[in-house]
Design a binder for this molecule. Structure first.
Ligand code: HEC
Length: 101
């Protein structure tokens, strides 16, 4: 019995641990893809209107700049610091980097 309980506790801990790590792809699809496009090319209706750069080709910003923009916004992009945790923002910066071909 005690073994069963500790196995269950271990499983619960393991799955909550997995959920804690930000799922950057889901965050991107939810918050960012409407402008930047699912693939980061910026070829959405909004993206074209805003003249967004193609992040599969052109990433002329540092990690620190990207972090700042995601938190505080830039131009027509609003900041996400109320919606996203620091870990989420960090995961998104890494995600944006991974879009570059
Ligand atoms: C309302 C449309 C919109 C949404 C939604 C949006 N962005 Fe942006 N994003 C922009 C605009 C506009 C810029 C500024 C482009 C420029 O000035 O070159 C920008 C710039 C950026 C930059 C580049 C910063 C730089 O210094 O050039 C990054 C990185 C970025 N966005 C990531 C994200 C992430 C991550 C999300 C989701 C959390 C997101 N964006 C959501 C419109 C949007």
């Amino acid at each position: 019995m005690e073994v069963t309980i500790s196995v269950i506790i271990a499983l619960v801990l393991a799955s909550s641990g997995a959920a804690f790590g930000a799922d950057a792809a889901a965050l991107w699809a939810q918050h960012c893809a409407s402008c930047h496009g699912k693939d980061g090319t910026g070829t959405t209706m909004m993206g074209k209107k805003l003249g967004l750069k193609d992040y599969t080709k052109d990433q002329g910003f540092s990690d620190a700049e990207a972090t700042k923009v995601i938190k505080n916004g830039k131009g027509k992009m609003k900041g996400y610091k109320d919606k996203l945790s620091d870990a989420d923002v960090k995961a998104l910066v890494a995600y944006v980097r991974s879009l570059k071909k």
